[in-house]
Ligand binder design. Structure first.
Ligand code: F0G
Length: 449
């Protein structure tokens, strides 16, 4: 499959073969990132994959017992022909995640059609698994023994798990004390060399760039274009789950900005191949304190970006200098989506609302619901339109955040003030009692009133 994919620089459009990629995955001429493309898809229509045959084949594979058929990434392998040999696939059974409806939020917001694609329901609890199965399979095929990433937590958990499955070693650089406990525990459990650096995520990225230049480790951050190939497959799943219709809007959290780019690529490629007839508007939501893309669009029309010192309790998206910002700007332009930012109280409230639907997610994922509310208020999304929120991480990733929210000590008074009554209505603190049925019944009665 190798010879049928190539790389195009997203800055200067230079084309290179897979073997010619530099270890940092940046173009030596302009420094920008590459994307995978498949020259065979640009020939006359009769030479391209047949959409009806593909739809049939992908559905059939769900009933197969082979691991590569059951994976929600490799089931769509005609869309990512990046491996020389399918026998080299490293899979944990990723993808095939649920598309839930959100009836309570839909009713509150008077929306007819609101769903959540829950990528937190992946094997390591985040959307990173779909990209990791793709890029790590390539790493193993190329004969690497070590893989590495800088991470706000989820990438490291996914990479460590897939490396362990492949019998490879993994090096994780984390901002010290700034990642959620669940994610740190995962990296350790899966046997990674876990180094916490006294810096932020952006500092870890800088250090890792130097390390990959000086040691034979394979970089698995999302600048690696193979990650994007895996991460585009939820777009295919969403379309399949909606009978090959696409929603009017897809709302995605924005951190390093690879995921919005990947999903955009997936939807645009599906349209190009005739699998679908249109693309959703893809909107990116950032936390107010980690909003470099929002600023770039507002202040520079998306032409340049100025790094910020990132601050938000949604630690997964505490990123001030996003690597894939140009790709994300392109997806915003190509799909007609919007950028928006949300406050800490808006994130906390939205997370509790998603929890109250019986679904739950980690804080970074909840920016999508908070952003949706703003886009509705601004009339950028209409109530008759269909909306899918992309939930990126499982609620168990960051239990401390949830417990502090329900205890009432997550936010400072001035932060929660604008949303205080809504937040109070959703708080469900835990209560300690003696082992006494009367006390339990008294509580039940009190809450019931
Ligand atoms: N949501 C979650 C739960 C994440 O872990 C991340 C990124 C994002 C959203 C943002 O996605 O970076 O593609 O825009 N986490 C990375 C990590 C950076 O290291 O785990 P993005």
């Amino acid at each position: 499959m190798m010879e049928i994919h190539q790389f195009r620089c997203t800055g200067c459009s230079a084309i290179v073969a897979p073997e010619a990629l530099a270890g940092n995955f940046r173009c030596p001429d302009c420094g920008d990132l590459y994307e995978v493309f498949y020259p065979g898809w640009n020939g006359p229509r009769h030479t391209r994959p047949n959409p009806s045959a593909l739809r049939w084949l992908w559905r059939e594979r769900r009933t197969s017992l082979k691991a590569e058929d059951r994976s929600g990434v490799w089931r769509f392998r005609e869309m990512l022909p990046i491996l020389g040999d399918e026998a080299g696939i490293v899979s944990l059974g990723e993808g095939n995640t649920p598309l839930y409806d959100l009836p309570q939020s839909a009713q509150c917001l008077r929306l007819a059609n609101l769903r959540a694609k829950h990528q937190g329901m992946n094997p390591t609890g985040s959307f990173k698994d779909t990209g990791m199965t793709a890029a790590l399979s390539v790493a193993r095929e190329r004969g690497f023994h070590w893989v590495a990433c800088a991470s706000t937590g989820n990438t490291s958990a996914a990479m460590a798990a897939y490396a362990a499955r492949a019998g490879m070693r993994s090096l994780v650089l984390l901002p010290q004390g700034k990642i959620a406990g669940g994610k740190l525990a995962q990296a350790m459990d899966y046997g990674a060399l876990t180094l916490q650096l006294r810096t932020d995520f952006d500092g870890c990225v800088r250090v890792l760039a130097e390390v990959v230049g000086r040691a034979p480790v394979y970089l698995l951050n999302s600048v690696n274009p193979y990650r994007i190939e895996g991460q585009k497959t939820p777009a295919l799943e969403i379309a399949e789950q909606l009978e090959w219709e696409v929603p009017d809007h897809l709302i995605v959290p924005g951190g390093n900005l690879a995921n919005s780019s990947a999903l955009g690529k997936g939807f645009l490629e599906m349209q190009h191949l005739g699998l679908t007839t249109r693309v959703p508007k893809i909107s990116v939501i950032q936390a107010e304190g980690a909003n470099p893309l929002v600023r770039s669009m507002q202040e520079f029309g998306g032409e340049r970006i100025e790094p910020v010192e990132a601050r938000t309790r949604a630690s997964a998206i505490r990123i001030g200098n996003p690597a894939s910002w140009r790709k994300a700007v392109r997806v915003l332009r190509q799909t007609g989506g919007f950028v928006e930012q949300v406050s800490e109280a808006e994130i906390a409230l939205a997370k509790a609302e998603i929890g109250a639907e019986g679904i739950g997610c980690e804080p970074a994922s909840a920016v999508t619901l908070a952003g949706l509310k703003k886009l509705l208020e601004q009339g950028k999304i209409e109530r008759g339109e269909s909306v899918v929120l992309l939930l990126t991480g499982h609620t168990l990733k960051d239990p401390d955040y949830t417990i502090h929210f329900h205890r009432g000590d997550l936010l400072a008074g001035e932060e929660s003030a604008p949303k205080a009554s809504l937040i109070e209505g959703l708080r469900r603190n835990t209560i300690e009692l003696d082992a006494d049925a009367d006390q339990v019944l008294r509580e039940l009665e009190r809450v019931h009133q």
